[in-house]
Write a protein that binds this ligand. Structure first.
Ligand code: HEC
Length: 119
């Protein structure tokens, strides 16, 4: 068996996975969404961070059955207007948030952050 093509393939896989790790980090400039990330971290991450111990992630994993991730940060079909609606209205065990908790301008920043991957 000729090992040469296999090692080339391995090189490609390594290059692709390194690229996969670096490119989103570069595209997601930390300053652009700093305010949105702060709001997300304070109010949403306790329930929506990756990992089934988080009730939002776990509920959405069960709800979407592998059609999409249970992690809302990974969604590519999450419009800003829907984030704003969800945050003000809640859904089943997810609470709604008052303007004294998340102000309108904080909500705008949060919605921009969560919809950053949505075309
Ligand atoms: C107390 C836990 C909790 C907190 C805090 C929370 N969520 Fe949720 N969220 C949930 C649960 C549970 C669901 C699933 C609800 C369902 O489908 O019945 C959910 C669902 C969602 C959905 C998806 C709804 C859909 O269409 O399926 C979005 C978007 C969302 N949350 C955004 C947020 C944002 C943004 C925040 C922060 C402001 C937040 N959530 C805070 C628990 C939480």
């Amino acid at each position: 068996m000729n090992k040469h093509p296999a090692s080339q393939l391995l090189g490609l896989i390594v290059a692709a996975s390194v690229g996969g790790l670096c490119l989103p980090a570069l595209a997601d400039s930390p300053n652009e969404h700093a305010d949105g990330i702060a709001v997300y971290t304070k109010w949403c991450a306790p329930c929506h961070a990756p990992g089934i111990i988080h009730p939002g992630t776990s509920a959405l994993g069960a709800k979407y059955q592998g059609i999409k991730s249970g992690v809302i940060l990974e969604w590519t079909d999450l419009p800003a207007s829907y984030v704003e609606y969800m945050v003000r209205h809640g859904m089943s065990v997810m609470p709604h948030f008052r303007k004294t908790e998340i102000s309108d301008s904080e909500l705008k920043a949060l919605a921009a952050y969560l919809s950053r991957n949505t075309p």
